[in-house]
Design a protein around this ligand. Structure first.
Ligand SMILES: [Zn+2]
Ligand SMILES: [Zn+2]
Length: 374
């Protein structure tokens, strides 16, 4: 049974409890996340395996070797094109040199001087290089033409092979999809096999030990597990089913909260009850029916919850009438003689103002609730 004397502690302490409860929940959520992620690394079906199983191996092999040849041919062509680029540079260089030499010779001849043997040789050499480059360029061009022809031939064959491979592809795709979805279900089952027992444990703890000192730990843990379960279901269950699961859980939760609210309304918890009693006594109203407690100087007055402030009741009014009092409307005993000191005390509050004697506060529904020392 809960004690009304349960210490709430300073607000900093309470804030820290909330903070660390959230932190605990967050860490538990992370831990579960690691576990779930590790389960998800379980390897699924391999598309290549399905291809190898269902395709004609000869066709697959041919397609592969054709692809290799195609790659080789493309590489050879681009290599030759690069070489041509180099040759083009070299040719334009030698052409420039040749023209300069020719210009020089023309000038020397105009002056009536015969060009030296070196000059003639240089001109001849640059001419030779130029021609050589030209013919090499042409050779490479021929090679490229031949390779391009080969390449287009290879590509045609590859297209044909691919086409016949494609005809079996839908079957492979279908089987692969099936394997994939059954793998996903297995993963979901495995994840839930880890999470659901934890959820059950959390629910059990919350139901059995809700009042315990360590309840915040259980709330943190329970929320973390529940959040993870929802996420896993969201990930794996088709949306069509997931929304039903979600709405049913939400319904249960709402029903539970509603039931709790209705129950506390019918059987108020002792803290709520005491709060209600205290506020009623402060306003000189019967805590049970709300009729004014008209004692001493207040005997001939009338007030309600709203108008009490306007009365400006003097402070001594409360202590003025030291005699027992019973509500004339609902017959609830409101002030009575203390069994310890015989002074007049509040009947519905736990402690006597004269001697400090404590006793149980009686809930109106009957069940006595302990208000003794914690
Ligand atoms: Zn009353
Ligand atoms: Zn007393």
């Amino acid at each position: 049974m809960k004690s009304i004397r349960r210490q709430k502690g300073p607000w900093t302490h309470r804030a820290l409890v909330y903070l660390f409860t959230s932190l605990f929940g967050l860490l538990a959520f992370w831990l579960l996340g690691f576990v779930v992620r590790d389960i998800a690394t379980w390897p699924g079906p391999d598309y290549r395996q399905f291809e190898e199983k269902l395709q004609d191996p000869a066709l697959l092999k041919e397609s592969e070797s054709l692809q290799t040849s195609i790659d080789d041919a493309s590489r050879a062509i681009s290599l030759r094109k690069e070489r041509q680029q180099v040759l083009r540079d070299s040719t334009s260089n030698s052409e420039k040199t040749m023209n300069q030499l020719l210009e020089l010779q023309k000038l020397t001849l105009q002056k009536g001087v015969t060009p030296s043997a070196e000059e003639v040789q240089a001109l001849a050499e640059s001419q030779k290089l130029f021609l050589q480059n030209q013919s090499r360029y042409q050779e490479i061009n021929d090679e490229i033409a031949k390779l391009s022809e080969q390449l287009s031939d290879l590509q045609n064959r590859q297209r044909a092979v691919r086409k016949s491979l494609d005809s079996t592809r839908p079957t492979i795709q279908q089987q692969y999809q099936q394997a994939q979805s059954s793998h996903q279900w297995k993963l979901a089952a495995l994840k839930l096999a880890v999470l659901v027992p934890l959820l059950a444990l959390a629910v059990w703890l919350l139901l059995k030990k809700r009042g315990s000192l360590y309840a915040p730990l259980m709330y943190g843990f329970g929320l973390a597990v529940a959040a993870k379960v929802v996420l896993v279901m969201h990930e794996h269950f088709p949306r069509r089913y997931f929304k039903y699961v979600l709405i049913v859980v939400a319904l249960l939760l709402v029903a539970r909260v509603l039931a709790y609210l209705l129950r506390t309304l019918a059987h108020p918890k002792i803290e709520l009850l005491l709060k209600q009693y205290r506020e009623a006594y402060e306003r000189f109203l019967c805590p049970v029916c709300g009729y004014p407690i008209r004692r001493g100087p207040l005997t001939h007055l009338f007030w309600t919850r709203g108008s009490i402030k306007k009365l400006n009741i003097p402070a001594q009014a409360q202590t003025a009438a030291e005699e027992p009092y019973v509500c004339p409307v609902c017959s609830t005993r409101l002030f009575e003689a203390c069994s310890a000191c015989r002074g007049i005390r509040h009947s519905l509050l736990p402690t006597c103002t004269h001697c400090g004697d404590e006793r149980e506060v009686q809930a109106p529904t009957g069940a006595p609730v302990s208000a003794t020392k914690a």
